[in-house]
Design a protein around this ligand. Sequence first.
Ligand code: FE2
Ligand code: FE2
Length: 189
Amino acid sequence: MDRKALMESVQAQMSSRRWYHTEGVMSTAADLVKRYGGDPEQAELAVILHDVAKQWPVEKMAEAIREEGEYLEVLDHDKELWHAYAGAYAARRDYGITDPQVLDAIRFHTSGRPGMSHLEKIVWLADLIEPGRSFPLVSDIRELAEQSLEKAILAGLDTTILFLIEKGKRIYPLTLLARNNLILKEAEA
Ligand SMILES: [Fe+2]
Ligand SMILES: [Fe+2]
């Protein structure tokens, strides 16, 4: 499937607003790759597909996760996380994507995880700060993103975790581990 057909197929599975978000993530990820390096085509592929399952019915997400059978524990956590896991599986099953780095960048784009790859960092941060995002600290995080990928992600994780606490929601352990891991790495740097 060529790039245009892939984009059309993904776009058909979401609202125009959600696709507009994906286009924003594409442009932000491209900027981050220019600044920090990485393979632009690999990043673009991960971004096009990152939210492919976002607007699937919850049961379809759960079915995909069960069918893949490798990350069943996510079903015990917040449903917000499911689309990332279902999306990674859909990228492989429905679009023949085999690059494990692309699949992981899709799978961990919401939670993050300790030891994120460069590609995972680019996709995670681009998803958070694309031009359509408007949460209180987004401009601070955008500024940090011009100085350090890791510092920006750390600030983004802090914001995400604080938001979840304020809402009285559970925190996915990988998100906390991602933050701890980045703090350690920043201290070593
Ligand atoms: Fe997402
Ligand atoms: Fe997204």
